[in-house]
Design a binder for this molecule. Sequence first.
Ligand code: HEM
Length: 422
Amino acid sequence: MTTTEAAAPTIGPADALLFELLATPEGRADPYPRYAQLQEHWPVHKLVLDAPGTSGGTWVLTRFDHCQAVLRHPGFGKDFAAMQRRWGLSEEEMAAQQTFSSDRPSMLFRDPPDHTRLRGLVSKAFTPRTVEALRPHIVRLCDELLEPMSGEVDVMATLAFPLPVTVIGEMLGVPRADRPQFQRLVRASAAALEPFVSPELLAAANEATLEMEDYFRHLVADRRRNLGSDLLSKLILAEDDGDQLSEAELLSTAILLFAAGFETTTNLIGNGLLALLRNPDQLQRLRDDRGLLAPGVDELLRYDSPVQVNGRIAGEAIEIDGHTFPGGSTVLVLQGAANRDPRRFSDPDRLDVGRSEGASMSFGSGIHFCLGAALARVEGQVVFGRLLERFGHIELLDDQPRYRDSITLRGLAELPVRLTPA
Ligand code: HEM
């Protein structure tokens, strides 16, 4: 390499902001002021420091319309191998990288037609009508968890994690005693979803993925001998049906449903309650009018989205709003920023539980739109509704609770509150 080729790239203000956002604990803890600057001055930004092996560069989008256009464009895909190349992995490393490997093909990282087939096999279980039928049961589960809660509690440990993991665990047929270990495993494996991740965390993510696979392989073997009415049994029958589902697809689908089914909803409960406690006027509006629970949960999802970052790879050169993304480029869609875009939402930094300005970006958009959106909404509505029913006063005990150190999945480590029964 000549000296000219080796010249260091100039790091501009947008790259500095993105570095803070994506790679520092401070930036991850409070991304919103940085999002606003990017949105205003550098809404379509090509990162100067690209991961080696990337063709086309890595782009970061923050405006709602741009993000939506990318997620809805059929030319943008989710081919995992390109993501791995973005991280500059060699062929050997790619083979060792388990999470997105081609023999672990969950719908989340497939393009059509495989995506369509895999999603079609389970979509019936998550329609708004099917999920609505679960509401009374979810209320019972929530009340059971709230029953012993009083005084000082950590909402994350006592409610935000146990409720969603129980709901999806029951749907899939994961035995109760086995569920708690998945919080650690899912969190470790989710490191692979971060835009920038250290080799150590990636190795831990791979290990966790293998551990979950091992668990589900045994569970599937057991369930085969004793089929039930749960989703796992249905997937086993689909696999038995021949060309519908391979063994690897069965395992990756089960893991995806289980992991996606709780980690994000846990963070909806935590981020949402924190937002309400910091905006007592909005909490009071929900107390006064339970009819606001449905729009209120959607607003909490918009205001502090559990999924902040999404990504796509351009299969060909694609133009959006005058910007051309070369084939092979990676586009980071900052959903959390899009949700605060003043071009899309009026006074976007204000929490307004009565807001009715249409869907936010929190469940994504296009063909990968969250399969569990209806379930997450019902769980959120039940949790906030029952909390307000049961407790006349909820006091935030730590004004600055700690967010976990990740940007893709945004959630609190703890949320200590004092609960006073109504
Ligand atoms: C508040 C809670 C939730 C949030 C914020 C959320 C967010 C998202 C987002 C942003 C995507 C799109 C990813 C992409 O575009 O690549 C997604 C996909 C998905 N979500 Fe959720 N999710 C939540 C709850 C759930 C629940 C309860 C389930 C239940 C199983 C679930 C299952 C899935 C699945 C299977 C996909 C993949 C869909 C596909 O690739 O076609 N999610 N979710």
